[in-house]
Design a protein around this ligand. Structure first.
Ligand code: FES
Length: 579
């Protein structure tokens, strides 16, 4: 297929380097100041390599080498690579919530791309929020961009167990430790056994879900999301991405040419087949809105009704990301769910999704199941509505105990996270296995940033009695590696007046998964009286980015972006105004 090719004069960077007189000369001799010659950069597309590496991002420790490999590819293809560090957002270390900083990264990366002479971008991310943050930026600037996913770390092991999953296995070990069934030394060894190499969490947690979404959207080289971080083909993928982005610049192939509503629907279908992290609902909606594409919770709900879980990875299944790679990777899964996909969608390769998956094969039917033998039938993810969540709430049914899916029980309410920490293990807490644990004030503005507190700990006295799951409800998120009957993202959140904030101890709460409802069984007059008496808690921040966040963050059903970033609108190209 012959593709269009733009002229040198049409390169964005030429407005800087090609400007007549002093403006262009100034950029040229300042570039030579860094030791480059004219041959290095004149007449070449400038490729920004945006890296989320830092010494406090344990999942991106291989990025310095990958940056060199991307640069090698860019040089080979006749581009001029420039490395631009961005916010790192290492999930393990950043507090109070990385979701807040997803938006700051998106803003940082957008302005880096916009304000510099960059024609195309290679985006290096993977640890949870870095993928949506970078892609939201690329969508808003809409310059040619290709995403290089960090890849997952190797599978974990401990005392002969080969399937230790990051997060999932440590959550289970933590429950055993809290129940007194695992000693301190073993509990620590399990953690160390799950953190084996560079790369992101090795379960189908948020990181692997979101890199798979980038892949399904057509924004990575085909299948890049499944390559383990330390595999030689990961290096090859990085250099090939460097070569491809230079071609994409000449072809003027931009995110808005690639990603459409159909691409997002493909991503949602893939998400359901993967039993991906519930965080993906927030991130995909935010990404779609950056591109002006409509995507709602109902799109997830509809896909879930027809697409079974085929990917047998923790936390919903057995295996880990390394096993998915050996089983054929995401491309093999996409081939298996092809009847649910629009194969005509475009990708960064310049080819369609259908063309990209033509050669894919499944090599292990237990890791990538068939529709006749799914890990979980259709409906693995449920969007709930009802008086407690008029704008929606989310339950990952595939990760919940079936006996709790239809459940009515008395609420045990924690006013906020600190209240929960202080009381959850109190032997006098009036809680039974039938109680419904409710956590308030943990939403987008409440906590703020919807921290991953949604898998509330089972009270110690119930753990000791063998209880491992309960109905838990919050306006928080949950780690993609977590599990349990945890109703999340209750919208609107309690801090902005949502009914969740009015629940009191002993109120009956009904979870009706079949009916897709979540209700507080308290009569209207009483609810109205509580609403009248309700006073919003004071804001946590009086200045800084925290204040900007709480004043502008959208609710969970709208993707938790900042309202002024989510909107479409014109932004002048900076250099164009002065040359
Ligand atoms: Fe980085 Fe899980 S902590 S991906």
């Amino acid at each position: 297929m012959s593709r269009k090719r733009i002229e040198l004069s049409q390169l964005r960077s030429q407005r800087w380097f090609g400007a007549a007189g002093q403006p262009g000369n100034h950029k040229s001799y300042r570039t030579k100041q860094m030791g480059y010659t004219s041959e290095d950069f004149q007449g070449k597309p400038v490729i920004g390599i945006l890296s989320t590496w830092s010494d406090l991002n344990s999942c991106h420790t291989h990025f310095p080498q990958r940056i060199e490999e991307v640069k090698r590819g860019v040089w080979q293809a006749g581009g001029f690579p420039v490395v631009m560090p961005t916010l790192s957002v290492g999930e393990t270390y950043v507090r109070p919530s990385t979701l807040i900083y997803r938006n700051l990264l998106a803003m940082d990366a957008e302005e880096i791309l916009r304000s510099h002479p960059i024609d195309g971008a290679v985006l290096l991310g993977g640890c949870d929020k870095t993928t949506p943050g970078l892609l939201m930026a690329a969508a808003s600037v809409n310059i040619p961009a290709i995403f290089v996913p960090a890849g997952a770390m190797l599978r974990g092991h401990w005392r002969g167990q080969q399937m230790l999953g990051t997060g999932s296995s440590t959550w289970q070990a933590l429950a055993d430790y809290r129940a007194g069934k695992l000693d301190e030394k073993s509990w620590r060894q399990v953690g160390e056994g799950t953190a084996r190499s560079p790369g992101t969490c090795n379960t189908m947690g948020t990181a692997s879900t979101m890199t798979s979404m980038a892949d399904a959207l057509g924004l990575t080289l085909p299948g890049a999301s499944s390559i383990p971080a330390v595999d030689a083909t990961h290096s090859q993928m990085a250099s090939t991405s460097g070569r491809r982005i230079v071609e994409m610049v000449w072809e003027d192939l931009r995110p808005k040419d690639i990603v459409t509503r159909q691409s997002f629907l493909n991503a949602v279908v893939t998400d359901m087949a993967l039993s991906g992290s519930t965080n993906s609902l927030i991130h995909l909606v935010a990404m779609a809105r950056r591109l002006g594409v409509e995507l709602s919770l109902d799109d997830f709900s509809r896909a879930s009704e027809t697409v079974p879980v085929l990917c047998n990875l923790q936390p919903s299944g057995t295996y880990l990301m390394e096993d998915l790679f050996y089983a054929g990777g995401l491309l093999a899964l996409l081939k298996r769910i092809a009847p649910h996909l629009d194969l005509s969608c475009q990708t960064v390769t310049g080819r369609t999704l259908g063309e990209n998956i033509e050669q894919a094969e499944v090599y292990n039917d237990d890791v990538i199941r068939t529709e006749e033998n799914p890990v979980y039938g259709a409906g693995g993810l449920v969007v709930l509505r009802g008086n407690l969540a008029p704008r929606g709430a989310v339950l990952k049914r595939a990760a919940a105990e079936p006996r709790l899916l239809q459940h009515t029980g008395p609420a045990v309410v924690f006013r906020n996270f600190q209240d929960m920490l202080a009381r959850v293990d109190d032997p006098d807490l009036p809680v039974t296995a039938d109680s419904v644990l409710v956590l308030q004030d943990s939403g987008p503005t409440g906590a703020p940033g919807m921290p991953e507190w949604g898998m509330l700990p089972i009270p110690k006295k119930l753990l000791a009695a063998g209880v491992r799951d309960m109905v838990r409800i919050s306006d928080a998120r949950m780690s993609g590696t977590s599990y349990g009957t945890c109703v999340l993202h209750v919208c609107p959140e309690s801090r902005v007046g949502g009914l969740l904030g009015l629940v009191r101890d002993g109120d009956l709460v009904r979870l009706d998964t079949e009916g897709r409802r979540l209700d507080l069984l308290v009569d209207e007059a009483e609810i109205e009286a509580r609403r009248k008496a309700w006073v919003a808690p004071p804001p946590h921040y009086e200045r800084g980015f925290g204040l900007l966040h709480i004043e502008h963050v959208l609710q969970a059903d709208e993707g938790c972006d900042l309202d002024f970033l989510a909107k479409q609108g014109t932004v002048p190209d900076p250099e164009a105004r002065f040359s």
